[in-house]
Design a protein around this ligand. Structure first.
Ligand SMILES: [Zn+2]
Length: 599
């Protein structure tokens, strides 16, 4: 029997007619009306003063949760419209409308948070003790704690107002500065004028001269404007540090750790375990240098291909492969993915005007997800598809959970996705049709470890050190270059022949103002899911139920409690992290032994 899964997603079952949809128009108008009602309820809400107020709080939360679902449903749908066709102007207009509704909602949400924070301690304990609020104990405590960490309502609203131009404005200026940069690189004998993004894509070009030239031209461009970037970075950090100081926060990691619901000890244990185990990856980098015919590996050769993966899979074959591998893990994952393929939840067609990259988005009112990507037949496309299906499965696992208990943090967000990707990537290596193919697939896996353990570690080292120095004043560009080079030396454990001093200027993540320290949660998610994966390999098919229980709890406890409850592991200890790293070390060693004949 040949199956034929649709390659274009079905959005009409959500709102028929795309950006011209009457149903969507109606939904947005309803959202605005509902929001006014919600704002009125929030306005009339008073700080709870007795145990008997629990029901009033619960009613407001219920209204809030419905409002959230209503807004997410249209927000996610509009996101899909914009991704499938970047020329859809109407979708862009709807998106601005949706953003302003969300901003109104956010305002009301903050008011609720502050009212709850003002509740007397004894009343608070009684409110949560039993009755309708008990299920929300974790999130309510978190909201209250957050509000208490802040300054007064008046002061915080002043900071929010000033941050539009004094903080976020710098981040927008960064985007403008980068957008202005153009470099010329000779590719296949032809001189091309490229944007930063296009030139960055050449880092994995098969021609060594192209990789080197694009890197050098970019490095020159960053150097030329380094004072502008240094000013921008110093201003963002300065604003953040001044705000922290006023709030009485001494440690720049306090906010990112809080957002990720984890302890500093846990972070230290993770980096400690990684630092101790860098040698196998240094050996891999050296081997790669030799395979490329060089004495040491330069920064601009890290992404170079050592061999080409040639195996191609049609979309149908890719889908079948994923389903077969998921099936070996557990029936729920397989059945879920099968439904996603059959019901048109996936947009995979390779056609113009689609946005690059991939994502998965949840539509809470219809309890469905949609996956977006561009499938062109490589094994890495198959892995991406599995990754996004993993995200969708996380949402599916959370269905029995109240929507207020579904907001998981960035560090655990990548658990289900990396897990699903790992199932498929591992099977692909095992099923490789040739030695060449196997090397290419294996290298893909090792590259991920190098990115998470070395590159991201160097970003983290740079950022923590920069913040410390920034406390004492502006850090000039020349010093930023030094800090970056030192961090790369350390992050890559001396495994590279050359570093990238202006990396601090080139990496957008340092300039994101909405989330601080946009680095360590990636490494956390990768290693955390690897240890879940190790557990799955150990326990076999019976593990699926436990796995889903873990996913259901991702938004109602700290990272430490989650690991203790579901894995029986203490993640404040290095021993936990070393288990995941050991799996990655195996890949690096296998790569070295497979390629040893060639060097
Ligand atoms: Zn992801």
């Amino acid at each position: 029997m040949t199956v034929n899964y649709p390659e274009v997603w079905d959005l009409d079952t959500l709102f028929p007619g795309g950006s011209e949809s009457q149903e969507l128009r109606q939904h947005m108008d309803d959202a605005s009306t509902k929001l006014s009602g919600f704002e009125e309820s929030v306005h009339q809400f008073e700080v709870p003063s007795a145990k008997g107020d629990a029901q009033k709080v619960a009613d407001l939360l219920e209204q809030m949760s419905l409002m959230m679902k209503h807004l997410s449903q249209s927000g996610a749908f509009i996101g899909c419209l914009m991704a499938q066709n970047t020329q859809d102007k109407k979708a862009g207009i709807l998106d601005s409308e949706s953003s302003s509704l969300s901003a109104r909602f956010q305002d009301s949400f903050q008011k609720i948070q502050q009212d709850l924070a003002k509740t007397e301690e004894s009343v608070w304990a009684e409110l949560l003790d039993e009755g309708p609020l008990r299920d929300f104990t974790f999130v309510l405590n978190e909201w209250r704690e957050e509000a208490k960490m802040l300054l007064s309502e008046k002061e915080e609203s002043l900071i929010t107002a000033l941050s539009v131009d004094g903080y976020h404005g710098w981040s927008q200026l960064y985007d403008m500065l980068v957008g202005e940069i153009k470099v010329t690189v000779t590719v296949d004998g032809e001189e091309k004028t490229l944007s930063v993004g296009q030139a960055n894509n050449l880092s994995s070009h098969k021609d060594a001269a192209v990789r080197k030239e694009s890197y050098e031209k970019l490095e020159e461009a960053w150097a030329e404007k380094e004072e502008f970037f240094a000013k921008t970075l110093n201003s963002i950090a300065g604003f953040r540090l001044e705000t922290y100081k006023k709030r009485g926060w001494d440690n720049p990691l306090q906010e990112p750790l809080h957002i990720n619901r984890m302890k500093e000890e846990t972070l230290d244990a993770m980096w400690g375990a990684i630092s101790k185990n860098k040698q196998p990856f240094v050996a891999y980098l050296n081997q790669k240098g030799k395979l490329l015919g060089k004495d040491g590996l330069d920064w601009y050769d890290v992404d170079a291909p050592v061999t080409e993966s040639t195996q191609q899979f049609s979309y149908q074959e890719g889908a079948e492969f994923i389903l077969k591998q998921f099936g070996k893990f557990g029936p729920e994952l397989e059945q879920f993915a099968q439904q996603a393929f059959e019901k048109g939840w996936i947009e995979a067609e390779d056609r113009p005007n689609k946005r690059p990259g991939g994502f998965c988005t949840g539509l809470p009112l219809s309890e469905e997800s949609r996956i977006f990507m561009t499938y062109s037949g490589s094994m890495s496309n198959v892995a991406t598809l599995a990754h996004e299906l993993g995200h969708a499965f996380h949402t599916y696992a959370l269905r029995p959970v109240h929507s207020l208990n579904r907001s998981y943090a960035m560090n655990v967000a990548e658990t289900a996705s990396t897990f699903a990707e790992m199932i498929v990537a591992d099977a692909a290596v095992k099923n490789a049709q040739s030695r060449e193919e196997k090397i290419a697939l294996l290298e893909d896996k090792v590259q991920r470890s190098v990115a998470f353990f070395m590159n991201i570690h160097s970003r983290f080292l740079f950022e923590t050190r920069f913040y410390e120095e920034r406390k004492n004043g502006v850090v000039p560009a020349s010093r930023l270059n030094e800090l970056m080079e030192q961090a790369q030396e350390e992050g890559f454990a001396g495994g590279l022949a050359s570093t990238h001093p202006h990396f601090w200027a080139s990496k957008l993540h340092f300039y994101i103002t909405y989330v601080p320290f946009y680095n360590f949660p990636y490494t956390f998610g990768y290693l955390f899911s690897l240890s879940v994966y190790a557990k799955a390999l150990e326990e076999g098919t019976g593990f699926e139920e436990k796995y889903m229980a873990l996913l259901r709890d991702t938004a109602v406890m700290s990272a430490e409690d989650l690991a203790m409850k579901h894995l029986g592991e203490d993640i404040t200890q290095q021993a936990f992290w070393e288990k995941g790293i050991a799996l990655c070390v195996q890949d690096a060693e296998e790569f070295i032994s497979l390629t040893s004949a060639e060097v």
